[in-house]
Design a protein around this ligand. Structure first.
Ligand code: FMN
Length: 361
């Protein structure tokens, strides 16, 4: 089932493309405009140099991390991504089985193609030890957002991830192939609500966004509305990180949406140090965008992240092998992380600090 030539998570990419329609591939692989930020996200990791330790005195590695009162077996989370059924007919049901098997926290998208309750039920039936978190696009209409939050609470979700980088962008790759959602795939959590604009329809998306846009006061409202930890996702500069903390966020996800929103914003790993300096440990930072190797995870942790999320890599695994493919992607990254921890002489995640990197220059 898993092609034998796969050794690294990026090896899944070509196999995934071969199995998907041109349209679905454009949606998953694409970024905004010229996809420069998509490339930078990965290139910036490659530029950072690690310090190896000879004969490291490491007998065991411990990848556990405590976040928001939850202990995660390892710091690799599944980022919220819309419409998993584009990659595999079982959609988010397959993804959550893999998350359960590999004890990975999964952030379920508002725009999932399986209902948030059904994803939670699948996790329960797999006796998952890993938490589910729910991603929310906050809207000015608190009735809609509030109803989703109550559903997520009732279904056992353990944190809310509020995505604050606008879900509007000009993804030319999608426009060129005329991407539309195929019949049978929809944002089922939003049934009965005014339909979100179809992906690829940028002018409608912009109008919808402006009509329904939330602001910082809405984060403060949410803080008062729920007891769940709130993470603000989509922060790429220190000022916004400061505002997120000031408005009650329990965590910040440094993210440029995988290069899918505003092209030529910097790579997330490049902006992380300044954000970490500004936040100064008041809340945990997570990072996504371009994480493709265990060594990338070490670099993100060195520069101030407590954990990372992956997006496209697990969608590629999902397209190729369903739950088994996603589980394999997580296994590869976790193994690479453990090997990198040994070779850099860091037995725990807490032992990974800036000294694991060569000074730049
Ligand atoms: C196909 C696709 C769909 C996405 N859908 C969402 C979404 O519904 N909500 C959200 O907050 N982020 C969404 N994202 C962004 C991811 O959460 C994450 O920030 C990004 O994929 C990380 O970069 P990477 O793909 O390089 O790992 C999506 C990303 C992709 C590739």
């Amino acid at each position: 089932m898993i092609p034998p030539d796969i050794a690294a998570v990026t090896d899944y990419e070509a196999h995934a493309q071969a199995r998907m329609t041109e349209q679905a591939w454009a949606y998953i692989a694409g970024g905004s405009a010229d996809e420069i930020t998509v490339r930078w996200n990965q290139e910036a990791f490659a530029r950072l140099k690690l310090q190896a330790r000879a004969l490291p005195d490491v007998r065991d590695v411990d990848t556990r991390v405590a976040l928001f009162g939850q202990t995660l077996a390892h710091p690799i989370l599944l980022a919220p991504t819309a419409y998993h059924k584009l990659a595999h007919p079982d959609g988010e049901r397959a993804t959550v089985l893999a998350a359960a098997a590999l004890e990975a926290a999964m952030v379920v998208s508002t725009q999932a193609s399986v209902s948030l309750e059904d994803v939670a039920a699948e996790a329960r039936s797999a006796q998952s030890q890993a938490p589910l978190w729910f991603q929310l696009y906050l809207q000015a209409d608190h009735g809609l957002s509030g109803a989703l939050v109550r559903r997520a609470e009732a279904a056992g979700y353990r944190a809310l991830v509020v995505t604050v980088d606008a879900p509007v962008s000009l993804r030319n790759r999608e426009q060129r192939v005329g991407f539309t959602l195929p019949p049978g795939i929809e944002a089922v959590n939003l049934r009965g609500q005014p339909a979100p604009p179809a992906p690829g329809d940028a002018r409608d998306a912009l109008r919808h966004l402006l009509a329904t846009a939330a602001g910082w006061p809405d984060i403060a409202w949410l803080r008062g509305f729920t007891k769940l930890p709130i993470l603000v996702k989509g922060i790429t500069n220190p000022e916004d990180a400061e505002r997120a903390v000031a408005h009650g966020a329990d965590g910040v996800i440094v993210s440029n949406h995988g290069g899918r929103v505003l092209d030529t914003v910097p790579a997330t790993i490049d902006v992380l140090p300044a954000i970490a300096d500004r936040v100064a440990g008041r809340v945990p930072l997570l990072l996504d965008g371009g994480v493709r190797r265990g060594t990338d995870i070490v670099k993100a942790l060195a520069l101030g992240a407590s954990a990372v999320l992956i997006g496209r890599p697990y969608l590629h695994g999902l397209a190729v092998g369903g739950a088994v493919g996603v589980a394999h992607v997580l296994t590869i990254l976790r193994t690479e992380l453990e090997v990198a921890m040994v070779l850099t002489g860091r037995p725990t995640l807490a032992a990974i600090d800036r000294t694991v990197l060569w000074p730049e220059g």
